[in-house]
Design a binder for this molecule. Structure first.
Ligand code: NAD
Length: 244
């Protein structure tokens, strides 16, 4: 059976580039997004290229939707061998003005969503003593971000979850890692204020934002046997914004 991947939030930006790259790498890909049309467009784009893909719309922060997304993948391609938790949102607010609902939504999509999808795929991976989970964090989860405290906190939580799960399951054949991109040219970053974008661009040693395909290349590496020693790591395709 061919390897199969679920990519959440794959209707746009980084998730879309990851889904396309994994299909090129030989995975059958379950393309999830909250937006039905976006998921279907990317899935048919991949299918047209001759690879296997299926769309499954759904909200990763919903327990029922997470179960349905996973079931759609299993029905189409068998047990999932690779999970990419990429679905995400951004919202900008000074901490003093931050509403409880915006804080809660940030944690629901990023942290609860990563938790729910991981809970679903993990049992079969452990039974097979094989599998890879890659969580898309952010460099802001490592250094914080002005007007993005809820976003940065959620991304730090993803890094903590990644390290803890990696400690629990690596000896049982499942590799868990995170990728913490810097600013990448996607609709998510373009939603931030021009002032934020200009300030961030001026700070970058590389002098430019990244492209989604450059993050997909990091994910492709982490998913591959070449990354067999990478366990609980957070790789940073970030234009030099954060150097660890
Ligand atoms: N663009 C960047 O600079 C950057 C940097 C670091 C990390 N990231 C992270 O990368 C990931 C992808 O971001 P992007 O820049 O490609 O953004 P994007 O807006 O282009 O794509 C995100 C996709 O996730 C989907 N989504 C949102 N909530 C969802 C939910 N609850 N369930 C399922 N799908 C949902 C959206 O519909 C959208 O299609 C996010 O986790 C983001 O936080 C982005």
């Amino acid at each position: 059976m061919m390897p199969s991947a679920i990519v959440t939030g794959a209707g746009s930006g980084i998730g879309r580039a990851i889904a396309i790259r994994l299909a090129e790498d030989g995975y059958a890909v379950l393309v999830n997004d909250l937006k039905v049309q976006a998921a279907e467009t990317v899935a048919s784009e991949i299918s047209t290229s001759g690879a296997k893909a299926q769309a499954a719309a759904g909200d990763v922060s919903s327990e029922a939707d997470a179960a349905a997304i996973h079931q759609a993948a299993v029905d189409a391609f068998g047990d999932t061998t690779l999970l990419i938790n990429c679905a995400g949102i951004v919202h900008q607010s000074l901490f003093e003005d931050l509403e409880v609902a915006d804080f809660d939504r940030m944690f629901a999509v990023h942290v609860r969503g990563t938790f729910l999808m991981t809970k679903r795929v993990l049992p079969a991976m452990l039974a097979a003593r094989s599998g890879v989970i890659i969580n898309i964090a952010s460099q802001l989860g490592q250094v914080g971000g002005i007007e993005l405290s809820h976003y940065a906190a959620a991304k730090s939580a993803i890094i903590g979850l990644t390290k803890s799960l990696a400690r629990e399951v690596s000896s049982r054949g499942v590799r868990v890692n995170a990728v913490a991109p810097g600013p990448i040219n996607t609709p998510l970053v373009r939603a931030l204020s021009p002032e934020w974008q200009a300030r961030k661009a001026a700070e970058l040693p590389l002098g430019r934002f990244g492209e989604p395909e450059e993050v997909a290349a990091t994910v492709s590496f982490l998913a591959s046997p070449a990354a067999s020693l990478f366990v609980g790591q957070t790789l940073g395709p970030n234009s030099g914004d954060v150097m660890l």
